[in-house]
Design a protein around this ligand. Structure first.
Ligand code: FE2
Length: 143
């Protein structure tokens, strides 16, 4: 029997995510591409290999991105920055926990990691929409 696999990205970047700050938009796109590659690797049975080879770098990308975003939110006087930092902290803790488990030599279940980063990514997507709307409504978007 012939198997057919429909190529489909787990995450899609949509124009509504654009905060109109090129670096942030590029960081979001890169993160989604990375998560899609991770998802593809899992479907191909190479999720653990991807995790070992690339997750530390991906997590570093996320940490740099969050710091970047928090700096911009501070500069834009974003009123929800407290909630945003809390959300970032949760995502940072999740990544750190998986990295520490990996470094201790524990078996990291990539499906658990994928689920955790997917939840974090979806939450972040909702926050990004709110931040993008704030920037548009206050005129910070042109910055
Ligand atoms: Fe972000």
């Amino acid at each position: 029997m012939e198997k057919s696999i429909v190529a489909m990205n787990l995450f899609e970047w949509v124009p509504g995510y654009a905060v109109q700050i090129a670096e942030i938009d590029e960081e979001h796109k890169l993160w989604l591409r990375t998560m899609n590659r991770f998802h593809d690797a899992m479907l191909n049975g190479t999720g653990k290999k991807f995790f070992r080879a690339e997750f530390a770098q991906a997590a570093q990308l996320l940490l740099t991105h969050f710091a970047h975003e928090e700096k911009l939110m501070t500069a834009a006087h974003y009123p929800h920055i407290g909630a945003q930092i809390k959300e970032h902290d949760g995502f940072r803790r999740t990544c750190r926990m998986f990295m520490e488990r990996f470094e201790r030599g524990e078996n990291v279940l990539t499906v658990q990691l994928m689920l955790a980063v997917s939840v974090g990514t979806l939450r972040h997507g909702a926050s990004v929409l709110r931040f993008a709307e704030y920037l548009r409504s206050t005129g910070h978007a042109a910055a």
